[in-house]
Design a protein around this ligand. Structure first.
Ligand SMILES: *Cc1c(COP(=O)(O)O)cnc(C)c1O
Length: 354
């Protein structure tokens, strides 16, 4: 006889950053937006009618996909919405990476790609970033079963130019190329204009970072109609009612407030630049991050030690114990006050090391 555990799936899951319950802390570890979402969401929340919660939500999330399509100047047929971009990306993996050939993604990137590839038994090759932690376009111009990378990349924050993305989409016309634009609102050039030219291209976006709605779980994919139909096919083979009626309404309302959205992003970009400057003055080396986080290492004190010392002071940043990046910390850009507290703490930690 076997044992019960023989029936279990062996897999190494994605490890998300901590969500401390403690309110007296500074949380710069999961790239959330420090500002609340647009007041439009509060207004919409007030209008929600709980007596309608007896009904299933619209499986197409039409109100939301229409708002997203209008915002990007596309048709609803070009939009697929899901429970955060993690849900959308998982559907993409199931829908598009089925050739049997290995898919390609960077060796240093969003850790979930590898987890999904394992979960769905998709072969993959991790393509090394160059010495300065940049994605090298030419490494993706070869036979493969599909390609995915974030732009800007995470956790480096470094952007890839549109010409490089075009070259990758062009060369790989026989496979699906996914550009994960989780952070594109904070910097870099979107690949949106390439969608018309390349039927093999998918762009994914999230409400979790630039739209301050991580708790609502809203993400989406933009692509030609054929790929969107494939995504719907997969979703409807697994779970048709993914998004709650509340998320659909609040997401649609949030798309309407461009002015608030822009002003929040501008604040974060300003804070990012001033914090980067002060970290450099403290002797940190930083990648050229165009996202809502900074990726920093220090010659005199290990990233692991900094991470632990900050945590003692209830400041949470992210540390990845992984080859090539185990001497970096990733710091989400918070409010100016939060960054002041971080810089103060780092100044003390560095002084104690002397
Ligand atoms: C945060 C993040 C996601 C997932 O975002 P959700 O919409 O919250 O699921 C996807 N890709 C990258 C690169 C991210 O950093």
């Amino acid at each position: 006889m076997g044992s019960l555990s023989d029936n279990f799936r062996s897999i190494k899951p994605y490890v998300p950053g901590e969500q401390p319950r403690d309110t007296e802390r500074i949380k710069l570890n999961t790239n959330e937006n420090p500002y609340p979402p647009t007041p439009m969401t509060a207004r919409e929340l007030g209008r929600l009618d709980p007596s309608a919660f007896n009904l299933y939500p619209d499986p197409e999330a039409s109100e939301l996909t229409e708002a997203i399509a209008a915002y990007h100047g596309l048709q609803p047929e070009n939009v697929f919405a899901g429970v955060g971009s993690d849900d959308v990306l998982a559907n993409c993996f199931m829908a598009f990476f089925n050739s049997g050939r290995p898919i390609l993604f960077p060796d240093i990137t969003y850790a979930f790609y590898e987890v999904w590839a394992d979960l769905f038994k998709i072969k993959y090759e991790k393509v090394p970033l160059d010495g300065e932690l940049r994605i090298v376009k030419d490494d993706y111009l070869r036979e493969n079963g599909g390609i995915i990378f974030p732009n800007p990349n995470a956790p480096t924050g470094i952007c890839m130019g549109l010409d490089d993305i075009r070259a990758i989409a062009e060369y790989n016309s026989d496979v699906v190329v996914i550009v994960d634009e989780a952070y594109i609102d904070f910097g870099g050039e979107t690949a949106l204009e390439l969608l018309k030219e390349y039927g093999n291209l998918i762009i994914t976006r999230t409400f979790s970072k630039s739209r301050s709605m991580a708790g609502m779980r809203i993400g989406y994919a933009l692509a030609g109609e054929e790929l969107i139909l494939q995504l719907k096919k997969i979703k409807n083979s697994y779970n048709s009612y993914t998004m709650s009626s509340a998320a659909i309404k609040l997401g649609a309302a949030a798309m309407a407030d461009e002015e608030y959205f822009r002003s929040t992003i501008e604040k974060i970009k300003r804070t990012r630049e001033s914090a980067a400057q002060r970290l450099r003055e403290l002797g940190f080396h930083l990648t050229n991050s165009e996202s809502n986080f900074l990726f920093a290492s220090h010659k005199k004190i290990s990233a692991k030690k900094i991470f632990e010392e900050l945590k003692k002071r209830r400041i949470y940043v992210r540390y990845f114990d992984k080859p090539r990046i185990d001497n970096y910390i990733r710091i989400t850009v918070g409010t100016d006050a939060e960054m002041d507290a971080l810089i103060d703490a780092l100044t003390r930690i560095l002084e104690d090391e002397k």
